[in-house]
Each structure stands twice: as C-alpha cells, then as structure tokens.
Design a protein around this ligand. Sequence first.
Ligand SMILES: [Fe+2]
Ligand SMILES: [Fe+2]
Length: 404
Amino acid sequence: MLKKINVKDIKAGMYLHDICGSWMEHPFWKKSFLLDEPKDIHTLKTCGVDEIWIDTDKGLDVADGAVTQSTEQSSQHIHETLIEAVKQPVAEVRPVSLHEEIEQARKIHTRAKEAVTSMFQEARMGRAIQAEEVGSLVEDISQSIDRNPEAFLSLSRLKTKDNYTYLHSVAVCGLMIALGKQMRLSPSVYKDLGMAGLLHDVGKMAIPDEVLNKPGRLTDEEFAIVQSHPLRGWEILSKSSGVPDIALDVCLHHHEKMDGKGYPDKVQGEAISLFARMGAVCDVYDAITSTRCYKPGWEPVESIRKMAEWQEGHFDRDVFHAFVKTIGIFPAGTLVRLKSTRLAIVLEQSASSLVTPIVKVFFSTKANSPINPEIIDLSQTIDSIVNAEDPQKWGFDMKVLFGI
Ligand SMILES: [Fe+2]
Ligand SMILES: [Fe+2]
C-alpha cells in the first residue's frame, strides 16, 4: 500500500516509492529503492523535500500516530487545489488561432534558441554577455504570446537531451511572460520577466557537463556544485551589460522555496521577490515536462498535478494558481478521453472555462480505430472531458498529432 509520509518520519527499512519534489531538489538517480543506507535517509531529511511516498508492501510501515495520506486522499487534495486555482478563470482574448500563429512562433523560437546558445557560450568562456542584444527578441516572444500563448509555449516543450539548458531557458522566458500577463502585472515588466527567464540558468555554464548531466546519483560534492549555479549565474550577470535587476534577482533566487528550505540563501515567504517566486514555478514546470538524459519528461497534465501536490511550502499559492490558469488543467497537447468515447488532443484553452478547451477528436475507442479529425470547442457542445489519457498506452506520438 502506498502512503505519503513526512520526511521526519522516515526510518531504515522503509521502501521509498517516490519523492514529492522535482528531481532538481535531490541527488538521487532512482526514486524507488529500499531505504537501508543511513546516508540516504539523512539526505532525504535535509534536502528540502517535505514528503515522500512509501510502499508498505515492500518495506516497513510508518509508526502509529504519524500523519499519512493515501493515494485517494492525495488525489482528492490535488483535485481540490486545481479547482480552487481555476475558480475565477481570467477570460483571455486570443486574437489568432494556434494554427495561424505556429509558423511565426516557430521562427521566433529558432531565433531565441540561437541567441541563447551564443550568449551562453560567451558565458561558458568566462566572458561577460551583452544582454541588451536579446531585448527585441524578447519583445517578439511577448507579442507572439499576446497573439496566442499556446503556439510559443508548445514549441518550447520540444527539447533534445543535448540542447536542454538552452531550450529550457527559452521555455522559461515564454512561461514568465505568459504568467506575468495572466497575473495582470504592468506591461512595463514583461520584457524584464522574459529576460529573467532567458538568463536564470546561465550559471549552469560554469558547471562541468559531466556533473550537470550525470546519469546517476550525484555525490554530496557534485550536488553542491549543481546547487551553486544560481550564485555563479548572478556573478556572470553582475559583470554583464544590459541585465535588468529582475533578471539578476530571479537568477539568484529561482530555487528558493516559500518554507525557506530552498537555496542558496534559504529566504522565506514574501522575502523572496514576486519575480523569483514566479521563476520558481515556471522553472519547475518546464524542468519536469522536459526529457533529460536521465529521465523522460512528464506530460503537462501530469506535471500540473504533481506541482499541485508539492505546492505547499514550495510555491507561492497565488502565483501557482495563476500559473495553473496560464497552462490550464488540460494543457495544450494533452490526450483526453471524451464522454462520447472519442479520444482528442487539446489544442488550446477556451476563454470561458479551463475544463472546456478546444480539442481535435481523431480516434474512436469503441471502434478502436482512427476517425476523421474534427476540431471542437467543448464550451459549445454537450461532449466533455472524462479524463486525461497516457499517450504511450495508446502508442500515439503527441507531437505528430499536435502538428508541431
Ligand atoms: Fe536553476
Ligand atoms: Fe532552470
């Protein structure tokens, strides 16, 4: 039986099923193993993660009286958190469809990838970077997101192992701008938010590749090196030109947590700037949806649910709620099963409700065969989403289906 427990109740002989936190927060390679090493137990209790899942069929149970949560209770809690988050969806105006924006977004995305790659290579060689050179590019990204956020954000999910850091930076740039718009922040900060996203991980250029991409458990020393990237980045940006203050702040503090268990300064609550709190949410979302050399990425729908599970103590509640509205409960690219037994892919969010996105139906589960694709706005029909489905289970390549 799976039980979610607090890390303070961990003891030797338990079987660790999963860690409630993104894989940037702990040095473990595998997430499921028998907890028999005192060193692993100590690391779990001190790495900043609050809870873990244990499997009581494979190892010891928790002591009587300890607070635990079952999978059903956890699912219910996630559901309530997400419903609370989207209680008052912000009606968004999307002047153009995803289809109309995708080609332009693709061109901007390619330029962004090239610009970040060359800027980061300067940093890798220890040279100062000229951040002002990407100012107009960030404005183009912001305008593409104004026209249709799903176009740029869906392209941002496509990464390969080799270009992860560059494309992660481009993705966090887009997410920061989209989140800032969802939060109705002053348009004067959008460009700085985008720059902050582009530059937040520049410190990784000061970390040796073999440590950054090690496909195995990191030693304490290696983990400390990885965790030095916010400070290393801040040092690079401090001596560079054209870097807004927001970008310096987000770079240094995007791994801080609301409960003060983050790094490097263990800042707590509102002592972490709003922009750094936004950076933390965007960063984790993109990291866990991305496939890394040591880990396949999660689907957006699964990622939002995981983040809802971990959000207390980690994320700012209001920022997380705004983020859920930005991405949607059924984000673009999600495979969903409809009441009509058809399978569909989510194309974009609808302005009226996040549970009724615009979808493309393409498969009948009854006939177990493809059907003529049809685009449906679920806010305008009686059909509705029953649940999200795992594309792997059905053998679908969602990128092909999504047409990007
Ligand atoms: Fe980072
Ligand atoms: Fe990051």
